[in-house]
Design a protein around this ligand. Structure first.
Ligand code: PLP
Length: 352
C-alpha cells in the first residue's frame, strides 16, 4: 500500500482542544457552560431510546420548528449540524474549496483548518484593538468571509450596524457570521441579514445551553445556500439522542435564563478579580475572558497546580495571554488563589 495524503495537508496544524485535566469546577479551557444542561433531558433522551433502531430524522424537523419559532424565521431557513464545526466544514467545502477565504488573525481555529483541508487560500487580517478589522477585511476578494461575533479568542463584538456595513461593502461572495457567543453579548444578532439573504448566521447549543457533548449547531440563512450544504452533507450526522436533548434544552427557557444571568454575573466578578490583581483583561461580550500581557506558561502552570485548566494564548494565536472560561461560583473560588498566586510572583503586575 502506498497511501499518500494530499500534499496540501502537510503543513496543517490540527485543532487543539483545551485541557480537561482539572477539577470539575476548574475546567475553564474550552468555553463550555459550567452548568449542567436542563433537568428535562433525562426524560427526553430516555423516550428517544425507543427509536434508536431507526436512523435519525435527517432534517431534524421538530428541532427546526422550535428554532424557527425562537428566531422568527421559516424552517426552510434552518440547517442543523453535528455542532457548528460540521457546518463550517460544509460551508468551506461548498463555497470555498479550491478558492479563497478571508478571516481574522487570530481566527477561530476551524475556519483556518477547514480552508486548508479544502485547499482554499486563507487571507488572515490582523485584529485592531482586539477587534476584527472589518474595513481591511471588506477589501479582500474572497469566496467566503468568516466574521466571528463576538470573537473567539478575544471576546470582542461589533454592533449590528458595523456587520451590516461589512455585508454591504465586502468583496467576499458569501458572508458567514459565527454567533457562537451572541447569547452573552450586548450587541444585536445578524439575524436580520440572514432573513434578507445577505449573510448566513451560525449558532450553537454548545455554550449557553450546556450541550457541548451533544454536538448541535445550526445555520440560519438563504434556503438556496442551505440546499447546497444539504446536498453534500452526511445525511445522518445529527443523531437521535442529540436531537431529543436539543429539543428539551430549548424548551426549558427558565433554565437557560438562569444560566445566562449567572454567567454574566460571574463574568463581571472574574473581570473585577483580575483587575484587582493589576491584570488588564480584554472587555468581553462572551463567556470567557482573554488576559493579555502575562507569562502564559507560569499562569497555566499555577492554575494546573491548583486543579484549574485554562487555555494558553499561544494555542489560540495570542502568545503571552491566557483565556479563561467564565466559571460558576465554585470555579471562581478555585480561580481566586490561582490569580492571587500568579500576581504575587509577577514583578510587572501591581496590585491596585
Ligand atoms: C465554541 C465555538 C463554536 C461551537 O462549535 P460547536 O461545534 O457547535 O460545538 C463555533 N464557533 C466558535 C467561534 C466557537 O468558539
Amino acid at each position: 500500500m502506498t497511501a499518500r495524503s494530499r500534499p496540501w495537508l502537510a503543513g496543517l496544524r490540527p485543532y487543539r482542544p483545551g485541557s480537561h485535566e482539572a477539577l470539575e469546577a476548574g475546567m475553564l479551557a474550552s468555553n463550555e457552560s459550567p452548568f449542567r444542561a436542563s433537568a428535562t433531558l433525562p426524560e427526553a433522551i430516555t423516550a428517544a431510546i425507543g427509536s434508536l433502531h431507526r436512523y435519525p430524522d435527517p432534517t431534524a424537523t421538530r428541532l427546526r420548528e422550535q428554532l424557527a419559532d425562537l428566531h422568527d424565521v421559516d424552517p426552510e431557513y434552518l440547517l442543523v449540524g453535528n455542532g457548528s464545526d460540521e457546518l463550517i466544514y460544509l460551508l468551506t467545502w461548498a463555497f470555498a474549496a479550491g478558492g479563497s477565504v478571508v478571516c481574522a488573525d487570530p481566527a477561530y481555529q476551524l475556519d483556518v483548518i477547514t480552508a486548508q483541508v479544502a485547499r482554499a487560500e486563507v487571507h488572515q487580517v490582523p485584529l485592531v484593538d482586539w477587534h476584527h478589522d472589518l474595513t481591511a477585511m471588506a477589501a479582500v476578494e474572497a469566496d467566503l468571509a468568516y466574521v466571528v461575533n463576538p470573537h473567539n479568542p478575544t471576546g470582542t463584538a461589533h454592533p449590528l450596524e458595523a456587520i451590516t456595513a461589512f455585508a454591504g461593502s465586502s468583496h467576499a461572495d458569501l458572508l458567514v457570521v459565527d454567533e457562537a457567543y451572541i447569547d452573552f453579548a450586548s450587541v444585536d444578532s445578524a439575524l436580520p441579514l440572514a432573513r434578507e439573504g445577505k449573510a448566513v448566521v451560525l449558532r450553537t447549543l454548545s455554550k449557553l445551553y450546556g450541550l457541548a457533548g451533544a454536538r448541535i449547531g445550526y445555520l440560519i440563512g438563504d434556503p438556496a445556500v442551505l440546499d447546497v450544504l444539504r446536498s453534500i452533507r452526511p445525511p445522518f450526522s445529527v443523531n437521535t439522542l442529540a436531537q431529543a436533548a436539543a429539543s428539551a434544552a430549548l424548551g426549558d427557557t427558565e433554565h437557560t435564563r438562569r444560566a445566562l444571568i449567572a454567567t454574566l454575573r460571574n463574568r463581571d466578578r472574574l473581570r473585577d478579580l483580575l483587575r484587582s490583581h493589576g491584570l488588564r483583561p480584554v472587555a468581553s461580550e462572551a463567556n470567557f475572558i482573554l488576559v493579555p500581557g502575562v507569562d502564559e506558561r507560569r499562569f497555566v502552570g499555577t492554575a494546573a497546580d491548583l486543579g484549574v485548566a485554562i487555555r494558553p494564548g499561544t494555542s489560540l494565536g495570542v502568545p503571552g495571554a491566557v483565556r479563561i472560561t467564565v466559571p460558576d461560583d465554585a470555579g471562581l473560588a478555585l480561580l481566586e488563589p490561582v490569580i492571587a498566586a500568579y500576581a504575587r510572583d509577577s514583578p510587572g503586575v501591581t496590585e491596585v
